[in-house]
Write a protein that binds this ligand. Structure first.
Ligand code: UDP
Length: 474
């Protein structure tokens, strides 16, 4: 008997909003585009990050029956002595879930209704490729980061074989496929700047498997990263599908009390057009007390209106930052009072909705790829302040390769020399005032991002090509 649904199954790196949100939106795009599909998203719960579950609950309610979020049984976390870095912790946690994933996929395969046509694993779930192979389900990768970074991931084993010392000690810049310019070693991810660390080994293990999936879906679009995508197209890598930008336009903060968000929007409604700079450092970004003070002094000096999603560092990196219990205490004496007419310190807000507001004129961002795509969508220029993961490379790409952003410091990372108030002042001034070239390029890219998704746009066509591969129409 022919099964009625083509089931597409997904698994994301646990506890990571930046990976999960675009994966869920991609699943939604697929089922909306072609009703033959039904999606199941396997969830590895990370009890230390309960806010992710709240997001999933609200997102599940919004997607009604088209997506099934299936929570895998909770496994014992990796032991303390098994890992040093968070990527090693997550990779082990993912591996421990293999039996549960096997079981879930097996159940789906045996069901009378659905026929699993693809299993999408995300960038750090490569151990799940084995499960797909065992069960003979075509395996694909979902890559939530830029195409430049995907080129780099493919190139990691080559660099590892070529560079004998530490990558950060190299005098020369690196030639990396997908980048027009040579790349300074100090914009590479922190994980790769210490060969002895377990994060370095993790990157090697994952990237060694990147050629195994049948195809890779990347959350980007041709008009944004033409060079990086052409470079992948002529390489010996799986077929690339650039189906982006996929953005959660409701924002991941569905769960937040509407009062909080509404009071922020009410404040924005009273501000002039393009007058406010938004400062937000992602779901995992927080800065130490001395850096927070310099930002505050910089904001006072530059005098632009601001909305600042200030967050406090977590007690360990297994947890996420939280809104400060007492913002007044975290900031220089009298700052909140002195800036009460021109600024608002707000903690977590649904960023995408804020970026859509007409009062926002610029964005100081940690350069997470979702944040970049959201900002481009709404034509808001960004000043790049990377903190972790691939963000330094994305900052380099946006500033040097694409001319779509203003630089604060592209090689900033946790533990870096502090960005002084003068630097904050200068960059915000350039972002809001001076750099009209960047603003107009961002506006053009905003239009292109919308066109990419329209019928016969580049991303639309890429999606149709993928669908034809997953479930050919007879
Ligand atoms: N986000 C938000 N409010 C915040 C911080 C983050 O809505 O205060 C959202 C943001 O809009 C984006 C996601 O969380 O959709 C973060 O993803 P990104 O790739 O930008 O960075 P990550 O958090 O993965 O570093």
């Amino acid at each position: 008997m022919k099964k009625s649904k083509s089931e597409v199954v997904f698994i994301s790196t646990p506890g990571a909003f930046g990976n999960l949100i675009p994966l869920v939106e991609f699943a939604q795009l697929l089922v909306n585009h072609d009703p033959r599909f039904h999606a199941t998203i396997l969830i590895i719960t990370m009890p230390q990050r309960p806010v992710i579950n709240t997001y999933i609950e609200s997102r599940a309610a919004a997607s009604a029956t088209s997506i099934n979020f299936l929570h895998l049984p909770i496994v014992d976390p990796p032991a303390e002595d098994e890992h040093q870095s968070s990527i090693a912790y997550l990779s082990l946690l993912i591996q421990k879930n293999k039996p549960h994933v096997r079981h879930a996929l097996h159940d789906l395969k045996s069901s009378v209704e659905s026929n699993p046509v693809a299993f999408f694993v995300d960038m750090f779930c490569t151990s799940m490729i084995d499960v797909a192979n065992e069960l003979e389900i075509p395996c694909y990768m979902f890559f939530p980061s830029p195409a430049t970074f995907l080129n780099f991931m493919f190139h990691i084993p080559v660099l590892d074989a070529k560079i004998s010392g530490e990558w950060g000690d190299l005098d020369a810049e690196l030639t990396i496929p997908g980048f027009v310019n040579s790349v300074p070693p100090l914009v590479l991810p922190t994980a790769l700047l210490n060969k002895k660390g377990d994060a370095y080994a993790c990157y090697l293990t994952h990237t060694a498997r990147y050629k195994q999936p049948k195809g890779i879906v990347v959350n980007t679009f041709k008009e944004l990263e033409p060079h990086a995508l052409s470079s992948l197209a002529i390489s010996d890598v799986p077929r690339i599908h650039a189906i982006g930008p996929v953005v959660d336009f409701n924002g991941p903060a569905h769960w937040q009390s509407p009062d909080h968000y509404e009071s922020v929007v009410k404040w924005l409604d009273d501000q002039p057009l393009l007058s406010v700079v938004l400062l937000c450092f992602g779901s995992m970004g927080s800065l130490g007390a001395p850096q927070v003070r310099e930002i505050a002094f910089g904001l006072e000096r530059v005098g632009f209106r601001f909305l600042w999603a200030l967050r406090e560092p977590p007690k360990s990196n297994v947890y996420l930052p939280s809104d400060p219990a007492n913002a007044d205490k975290a900031l220089p004496d009298g700052f909140l009072k002195q800036t009460s007419k021109s600024g608002l310190v707000c903690g977590w807000v649904p960023q995408v909705k804020i970026l859509a507001h007409q009062a926002i004129g610029g964005f100081v961002s940690h350069c997470g790829w979702n944040s970049i795509l959201e900002s481009l969508w709404y034509g808001v220029p960004i000043a790049m302040w990377p903190i972790y993961a691939e963000q330094q490379m994305s900052a380099f790409e946006m500033v040097k390769e694409l001319g779509l952003a203003v630089e604060i410091r592209v090689d900033y990372r946790e533990g870096s020399k502090i960005v002084l108030a003068e630097e904050v002042e200068k960059s915000i001034k350039s972002l809001m005032d001076v750099d009209r070239v960047v603003r107009s390029r961002v506006k053009d890219m905003s239009e292109m991002s919308r066109m990419a998704l329209m019928e016969n746009g580049s991303a639309y066509q890429a999606l149709e090509g993928l669908i034809e591969e997953l479930a050919p129409k007879i």
